[in-house]
Design a protein around this ligand. Structure first.
Ligand SMILES: C[S@@+](CC[C@H](N)C(=O)[O-])C[C@H]1O[C@@H](n2cnc3c(N)ncnc32)[C@H](O)[C@@H]1O
Length: 289
């Protein structure tokens, strides 16, 4: 089989299975099987593929066509310009989470002293690691309730050279921290899908991604309701909370934050215009009179 034939065959198989962007997925799987990048594939369509590699590629295509997410097959997902290892123990990082990361980096770069942050529900570590990489003076804590997720996050931190500035802690939200410990930034992309939405999720999400990373109780808001009231005691005066929210949740999260005496500074939209990232601040004693 020639490379050009293989990618056309795979794209047709994936399109029949309802995969979005079938040609891109075919190229990524072919690139993974051959150890090549996409440019090399596209510029070598007349080159034959060895039979064993061709058979391996067909099996990868069959796995993706039957619903397994591409990034669990390749074991990698790019986020904020960096490659992250992903396994079924962690959520596949989503592009909308880059909004939170970008805002956190902007605020940290304006911060007067080296920022100390905590990422609650670290998963693959994509938030904490992208920030530590972009803000070399920062130090962070990455908390997750899943030991398997923390192992992947730690591995990603080593890969990106920031493992010496992030501590990985297994814990339930902020409960693992001593009462007197204060951060400049508390960041979280918590599980926020309502349990009742389970049957409406795309099968690749519902059947393959960790439910611990997806579901925020019956309403979807349970983690926010537990996390946010515990935030002010762990923030310095003027410190920031940045949380990602699901579609239609931002106003309820605003109420939870305001009930915890946080001042909501902004809610950032994603590219679809969906409110996605709430930025709140602990009112500093000085500005409070
Ligand atoms: C939506 S995922 C976010 C992962 C990653 N931060 C990202 O943005 O891709 C939520 C993460 O929160 C973790 N988690 C769920 N409940 C938790 C809890 N009570 N305490 C700490 N982490 C929790 C899950 O294991 C999962 O890794």
């Amino acid at each position: 089989m020639l490379i050009g034939d293989a990618r056309r065959w795979a794209a047709e198989e994936l399109a029949r299975a309802g995969v979005r962007s079938p040609m891109l997925s075919a190229d990524l799987l072919l690139g993974f099987a051959l150890g090549w990048d996409r440019v090399r594939i596209i510029s070598h369509t007349e080159q034959p593929i060895a039979e064993d590699l061709g058979n391996h590629f067909k099996k990868l295509v069959a796995r993706h066509a039957s619903g397994e997410p591409l990034h669990y097959i390749t074991g990698e997902r790019e986020f904020y310009g960096l490659p992250f290892r992903v396994t079924p123990a962690v959520l596949i990082p989503r592009p909308e989470t880059e909004i939170l990361v970008e805002k956190a980096i902007e605020l940290m770069q304006r911060h007067s002293s080296p920022a100390r942050f905590v990422d609650v529900g670290a998963g693959s570590g994509c938030i904490a690691i992208s920030i530590a990489k972009a803000v070399p003076s920062s130090t962070g804590w990455a908390v997750d309730i899943s030991c398997e997720a923390l192992e992947i996050a730690r591995e990603n931190a080593v890969r990106h050279g920031v493992a010496d500035r992030i501590q990985f802690i297994r814990g339930d939200l902020l409960e693992c921290f001593l009462a007197e410990l204060r951060f400049d930034f508390i960041l979280s992309n918590p599980p926020y899908i309502a349990l009742r939405e389970c049957d409406n999720l795309p099968p690749d999400v519902r059947n393959f991604e960790p439910h611990l990373a997806l579901f925020g109780g019956e309403s979807g808001l349970e983690i926010y309701s537990r996390l946010i009231p515990g935030v002010p005691p762990h923030l310095v005066p003027g410190g920031y909370l940045l949380v990602e929210s699901g579609a239609g949740q931002a106003e309820q999260i605003r109420e939870i934050a305001e009930s915890a005496c946080l001042s909501v500074e902004m809610i950032l939209n994603d590219l679809q215009g969906i409110p996605r990232c709430l930025v709140a601040r602990k009112i500093s004693r000085r500005s409070n009179g």
